[in-house]
Design a protein around this ligand. Sequence first.
Ligand SMILES: NC(=O)C1=CN([C@@H]2O[C@H](COP(=O)(O)OP(=O)(O)OC[C@H]3O[C@@H](n4cnc5c(N)ncnc54)[C@H](O)[C@@H]3O)[C@@H](O)[C@H]2O)C=CC1
Ligand SMILES: O=C(O)C(=O)[C@H](O)COP(=O)(O)O
Length: 382
Amino acid sequence: MKILYEDTIPRGFDYFSSLGEAVSYNAATLRADDVEKCDYLAVRSTTSVNETILSKAHTLRCVATATAGSNHIDKTYLEERGIAWRDAGGCNAIAVAEYVLSVLLVAHRDNKLDLSRIRVGIVGAGHVGTSLSRLLEALDIAYVLNDPPRREAGDPRHFVDFNDILTCDVISLHVPFVKEGAHKTLNLIDEDALQSLGADTLLINACRGEVVNEKALMQRLTAGSAPTVVLDVFDNEPDIDTALLEHLWLATGHIAGHSVEGKLRGTQLVYEHFCELAQKPVKLAMDDFLAAPQPISFMPRDPSMEALNWDEVISLLLSIYDVTIDDQDFRHAMQAGNKFAAYRKAYRVRREFNAFTIALSGVVSEGILRQLTGLGFIIETL
Ligand SMILES: NC(=O)C1=CN([C@@H]2O[C@H](COP(=O)(O)OP(=O)(O)OC[C@H]3O[C@@H](n4cnc5c(N)ncnc54)[C@H](O)[C@@H]3O)[C@@H](O)[C@H]2O)C=CC1
Ligand SMILES: O=C(O)C(=O)[C@H](O)COP(=O)(O)O
């Protein structure tokens, strides 16, 4: 059994060589000949899987992506050919949620908003949207959800209409890129939607660039009373329009989901899909490759209070993940003429909150314990 895997898949060789012959490829140079004799193809979002690349793939049984999004895979073509496809839904939901929370914390610190007063509109209540809602609940930040497909499917959560989302202080987008149909997301944030946003709105897009109409966004950002905008994703990646960057409050290069855990979880899920299809036992787990959770020093200033104050939340969480570091690194890389793809390949090591333990001595209120565990920390009571 031959497994061809993209070289950006962490631990790809360790995982896939346990199942058969494992060969890596570079997405920029992949050709149809490379896929000719392979049985399983493991990709990330940087490989377009389509008729051209699969034209000679006559032994291929399955294409699996180690990512949540799967819009880079031509599923119709795969289904016509009888080739299975799988995604790694949920692998990096925590990472993206922590990215958005980091944006919110920096905005509060910089007096752009007050987290005690705002309402966050989450568009797309799937893995990422739900993870984000949990973090917001842990910190008692108000939010509403919009997700017509889930509402129609009977999801019992409370959903609001898209027009209500446009009135929120913060709008955070977490939908798949869907080009057509009743729930298409292409240009979901169009010229009209952008016109309705005022200078007090913070718009965050960490799903797919095509969900926001970038031309209309550029016009809106260069007109009066423009909203504050944070983009992790862009139209036409990796050849993005860098002219947009100077108008964005924060800009990062499609790394919201790139925590160590988020990427490795993607590999684990792809490996498990291949095990299932090849009827082989699952022998490897993420803990075989991840360092054990590390202690982080933190003690609430007043452990008897029902909640942490914003200063201590900000200091704790930004010490683990500060999105402004990514913003600076990305802008420097783009100014230096570095390629978008090269920047992403060299992305720094970033751990999720669940990779840290907090040792608490003495009595700490139920409220603070709820907050810290809700954020994902492992609590040790001394
Ligand atoms: N920037 C990054 O690094 C990352 C980006 N993503 C992107 O975020 C997307 C969402 O990720 P997940 O939450 O894991 O996917 P998911 O499939 O679990 O959730 C997506 C949700 O969006 C909803 N939805 C679909 N069309 C909608 C519409 N028109 N309006 C409102 N809601 C709609 C779906 O019903 C679903 O509940 C992915 O498809 C991917 O494109 C995901 C992970 C990392
Ligand atoms: O999971 C997704 O969907 C994403 O957008 C990934 O974070 C993209 O990562 P790469 O596959 O482009 O490294």
